[in-house]
Each structure stands twice: as C-alpha cells, then as structure tokens.
Design a protein around this ligand. Structure first.
Ligand SMILES: NC(=O)c1ccc[n+]([C@@H]2O[C@H](COP(=O)([O-])OP(=O)(O)OC[C@H]3O[C@@H](n4cnc5c(N)ncnc54)[C@H](O)[C@@H]3O)[C@@H](O)[C@H]2O)c1
Length: 344
C-alpha cells in the first residue's frame, strides 16, 4: 500500500471503523494541491484489498478530473465496504452516513464528500448533519454525468468518426445502472443503434422493454459486439486485458472510472482504438455539483475538453490518456506553484 501511495503521489489514507453503524470506510486523499480533495463516495460489497486499491485509483482519477475541469479541488475517494446482501433501512443509512460525516469532519476540510455508486444525495445529506464538507446534494449527479458522457461521445465522434451525429452509430453499453440507463436514453433519442448488457441481466432487459427493445446481450458477449463506440458504465476495470483484442469499436467512452485494467491503455492504443479517458468524459456531474452551473453548461465543458484532448492527440500522434493527463498535471503544477508566492 505504501509503495503504491508513494509511486502515485497519494497524501494519505484513513481507515475508519464504527461498529454500531457498521461503518468500514477507506478515505483516500490523493492531492490537495488545488484545493480540498473531492471524494466520490461509493457503497458496495468489497474485499478489503480491492477496496483499498479502488480508493487509490479513484482518488488519483479525481485529482486529474478536477484539475482538467478547471475546478479548485484536489482528488480523494471514499469507499464504504458493505457486507454482501446487507439491506439498510433509513435509520441504518442515517447512522452509517452520519458516522462517516464525523470521520470526514475529523479530516479538517482536507476531504469533501460527494456521491458515487450506491450512494444517493439523501445519504450525503445525512453526512452533512455532521460535517460541512459535502457537495452535490442538489445535483442529480448520475443524470448530469450521463449527459456529459453523451456530449463527450459526440465530440470524440466528430474527430474520429467524421461527424458528431450519433444517428445510426452503433454503441455497445456495458452496465445499465444510473449512468448507463440515462446515457442510453440520450443515445436512443438521437437514433443511435445501441446494444446493452449488465451482469445483472434483468436490468438490461427491463430497460429494453421500456425503451423499444434495443438489443440485449450477456455481459461477457458485449465485448464481441461490432460497434463504433464501446461505453463502459460498470464499477471499474470492466475491460480486462484479455478483452481488448475482442473489442471492435473505434472509440471507448463511458461513465465508468478506470474502466481498463491496469496497463491496458497502451494495448487499446495499439489496437487502433481511441480511449477517451474517464476523468475527461465523466466529469459533468462533478462540474455541476462543484461549480453550481447548469447540467447543459457542465456537459458543454466536457464536450470542449474531449474535443481538445482528441484534437491534440491526433495532432501529435499521441494517446488520448497521455495528453489528458499532461493537461491536468500542467494545471496542477502551474496553479500549485502560486502557493509559493504566499498570501494564502
Ligand atoms: N453515479 C455517479 O454520480 C457517477 C458519476 C461519475 C462517474 N460514475 C461512475 O460511473 C460508473 C457507473 O456508476 P453508476 O452510478 O451507474 O453505478 P450503478 O451501480 O448504478 O450501475 C452500475 C451497473 O453496472 C453493472 N456492472 C458492473 N460491472 C459490470 C460488468 N463487468 N459487466 C456488466 N455489467 C456490470 C452493475 O450490475 C450495475 O447495474 C461507476 O464507475 C461510477 O464510479 C458515477
């Protein structure tokens, strides 16, 4: 853990535990150079090692996301480990998130909570009874995120498919949760030809029944579906290295954080596929929550950033994820250097 933290520049990890509420939390702070570390909070079953690993990945990704989005925020993560099959009533959730809020308060403003997988605005509102360091309770983050992914796809399609229209474009969507479903409604409205899959097949089937029966395939079969755009909207690392040669898409763009297994980005580039990095294309929810702009404005910022990253990558024959990372790190370096001037 310390080797990883050192290699990737993490500032701290806090392990928090509170038996009565069942709180088991990993609070990671990757960077506070630009401001308090914004931490998407996720609640799901995890084994402990994966939970720590995901907190490290997510917090680093949030640093890049906030920096590229022009926000004065650093990157953090909050992973809450939920025992499998656990169903909490309202009081159970209140206790859990208020216990979390207390832990966030102890961090003295270094970490700010917002929602991610399995966590709703109402949960963050519970945490907000114990700490002022929360964000996004009034934003429908998954819906805004999905709209930004849709706009970002159009920006990438304009550069790599020759037109930003998604009419007739084949999009394979993995993961039909809050983000995946909202994304698919935008795609269908524009006339894209979608194929959908979820590891819980009933979620894909239910969406299909309600939305004119787009094609549904098994979770694993989605990698073999001929498509123009592959859109991962699962929990992370949905695209394993072994899946990459199966992908037939020209572009990967989705809501999922770190959708490609470690080191797979280079394989994706070698396969001739353009990967629009997660921290560029899934940023609209965070932008809206942090800066208070309307969803449309947040999504337009995503469109502009994706267009910029794609164009720069084409111009210099570079991988999009490297270009995007460089953009983000440059802002952190330049704006971070202001603190040496004093006056804080
Ligand atoms: N919720 C937000 O506000 C938000 C904001 C930005 C980014 N994200 C990211 O978007 C992704 C999706 O978030 P969400 O809120 O929609 O989560 P969710 O839990 O609502 O949905 C995720 C869905 O993906 C499915 N899934 C997971 N792994 C899969 C796999 N390997 N194959 C097939 N299906 C799989 C799950 O069964 C579930 O239905 C996450 O990576 C999250 O971090 C979410």
């Amino acid at each position: 853990m310390f080797e990883q933290m050192q290699a990737r520049g993490h500032e701290s990890i806090t392990l928090a535990h509170h038996a009565p509420s069942g709180l088991r939390a990993i609070l990671a702070v990757h960077s506070t150079v630009l401001g308090p570390a914004i931490a998407g909070c996720r609640l799901m079953p995890y084994d402990e090692e994966d939970a720590v690993s995901d907190a490290l990945y997510l917090s680093e990704s949030l640093t890049l996301k906030a920096a590229l989005a022009g926000l004065n925020l650093g990157g953090g993560a909050c992973v809450l480990i939920e025992p499998p099959g656990e169903e909490r009533d309202t009081h159970g959730r209140e206790a859990l998130f208020r216990a979390l809020g207390r832990q966030v308060r102890l961090l003295g403003g270094r970490l700010v909570l917002t929602e991610d997988v399995g966590v709703a605005g109402t949960d963050i509102a519970f945490a907000a009874q114990e700490t002022t360091h929360t964000l996004g309770m009034n934003t429908d983050t998954p819906a805004v995120t999905a709209y930004g992914v849709y706009r970002g796809m159009k920006a990438a399609a304009r550069v790599h498919l020759g037109s930003e229209s998604l009419r007739g474009v084949r999009v394979a969507v993995l993961g039909m949760g809050s983000v995946g479903r909202a994304l698919c409604t935008h795609l269908l409205r524009e006339g894209a030809r979608i194929t959908i899959a979820d590891r819980r097949p009933e979620k894909a089937r239910e969406f299909a029944e309600d939305h004119g029966n787009p094609t549904v395939v098994d979770a694993d079969a989605i990698f073999d579906v001929p498509s123009d755009i592959f859109s991962p909207c699962g929990f992370g690392r949905s695209i394993r290295r072994a899946d990459i040669p199966r992908l037939q898409a020209r572009i990967i763009a989705g809501g999922e954080h770190f959708p490609i297994s470690h080191g797979g980005e280079d394989l994706v580039k070698e396969a001739g596929i353009v990967y629009v990095p997660d921290f560029v294309v899934n940023a609209a929810g965070l932008i809206a929550a942090a800066s208070g702009v309307a969803p449309e404005e947040a999504a337009e910022r995503v469109y502009a950033n994706v267009a910029n990253v794609c164009a720069e990558a084409v111009r210099h024959h570079r991988a999009t994820h490297e270009v995007a990372r460089d953009f983000a790190l440059r802002r952190i370096r330049l704006i971070g250097s202001l603190s040496h001037m004093g006056g804080d």
